[in-house]
Design a binder for this molecule. Sequence first.
Ligand code: IVH
Length: 647
Amino acid sequence: IEDRFPALIRDDSPSRRVGAAPLGAFAKVTHAVPMLSLGNLFERVEVGEFAAGIRRFLKLADDHPLALVVEPKIDGLSVSLRYESGRLVQAATRGDGREGEDVTANIRTLAAVPEHLTPDGPAGEALPSVVEIRGEVYMTRDAFLDLNQRQAEAGGKTFANPRNAAAGSLRQKDAAITAGRPLTLFAYGWGEVVGADFPTQSAFLEQVRAWGLPVNPETRLCVDIAQVLAAYDDIGARRAALTYDIDGLVYKVDRVDWQRRLGFVSRAPRWATAHKFPAEQARTVVQAIRVQVGRTGALTPVADLAPVTVGGVVVSRATLHNEDEIRRKDVREGDTVVIQRAGDVIPQVVSVVVEQRPEDAAPFAFPERCPACGSEAPRPEGEAVRRCSGGLICPAQAVERLKHFVSRDAFDIEGLGAKAVEAFHQDGLIRAPTDIFRLEARDRESLRRLKNRDGWGETSAANLFRAIDARRVISLERFIYALGIRQVGQATARLLAQHYGTLQTLREAMAAAQDETSAAYEHLVNINDVGASVARDLLDFFHEPHNREVLDALAAVITVEPFEAPAVGDGESPLAGKTVVFTGTLETLSRAEAKARAQALGARVAGSVSKKTDYLVIGADAGSKAAKARDLGVAVLSEDDFRGMAG
Ligand code: IVH
């Protein structure tokens, strides 16, 4: 019928579930609510600390009940399924958390994902106008082995583990291929919701199950840490018997009002964490020990290994951390070693199997000069790390800085990964950040070289230029992070962006703050969480003439957008853009929660009162700050006033 009357084809037609026309590329989807990641715990004691931290933040008594939902951490890939009035309208991958890829056609082929949510109750209660359900797409171990066998027989590509198989199967341009792959899903969270309200995580999971999506049957609600640890032991013991891979458990605060109050630190929630299972270990031989130079000059020893499979992944390299670690473990070239791999962390060398040491194996002599540029690499008193002193002349540091510059949380240039950066640097095509944005416009010769390079053709070069062009406008926080200043990670970059607003203001402030007796310096170290040590690294960076030249040169090829305070609620918060200082003990809020709330509403939180302070919030036993605020005419708020303003 659809062939004869195409106008009758509906988006939810069964004919669209399989064999939708192959796509050229996946369209980008901006997540209405970002898809975040999780912090990790490895030790049992950390579980108690996790709960204690939550109680402290929420100002709950030590014996106040704190129910946690325990869910297996499925080793697959996360997706967001958008249902409007109960109908599946879009499915997207996580991507970088802000923006993912549209995999709607592929997801429609999963039997586990209903086209329509089942309404509750006999009367068919209304479904929410919008609900984004988040979950993990995975493949069972059996299905994975089966698929690999079929692939091998057909002379096709095989996969290293179920996770890779799931990812490769979902991201097929032709949804008919996805349809032939046994993918399934467990739902565990939500994004944008309009017209529904979940009081607890456990109520949410129950609702989702009633709507017709699979929820992991191992999920349980625990009322104390003893129960949480018992769940960890129990599920851990049965891990191998499960039909799918899990790499740990996820603990989530059950109460959603508490989740909201707890909020997030950079990209991970304070209200949830992952408790990883012990790392998997394997034995292999150290073929060579190399010393790598990081972006800040740190020398890191790395072991090149005879490839070995650990936890479903082939490992051929492990970190040896630093000079002392190598000496303590006495790792030598030729040694047989025990290595381990836990989650996404870099594999580590645990110990040496001394009985198997070759007779001629010599202790490793750690270099005192940089292996890349030959500069001295001193080890400052009391530090574990040797650092190359070559600074700007060291090519290894330059490459690492470039890699960081284009990395996912910085400029995020698609197609310009670590390998490409290394090759382009070696060819002289990209030596400084600005070169990236001049690539296309530069001489025909470099273009010809790029196109002649292995694996680079007309199309990939054009794609790269397009990806670069797409990043000529960047937010101030990403830009600051991209600079790769020591101790300035994403969180600090965001604070600086928020406090200074524009790149111009930041640069002027850094110039003025070089004088440590200036008001500008005072302001810098007063930014909450920026202390004297971070300030020193920032000032050194902005003092270095070469860095200033790079900043000037970049200004000619890109646009750095001023910081935009996040929109909260309907109207602008009275705290947005204001500088707030807290002093004394608050009654109903912990200091951490008060600060987080103010920041979420777009306020800058500072450590001490100055002329720039807009509000001083005073709790009990406020000290000298109150007097200083009065002298300077700064508005003083009680805790109640603050709560009112913060909504
Ligand atoms: S909750 C803000 N629950 O783990 C909360 N994640 O390391 C974010 N994952 O990207 C995620 N099982 O792909 C959550 N039961 C579970 C999960 C789970 C697997 C994955 C998910 C996420 C990653 C974070």
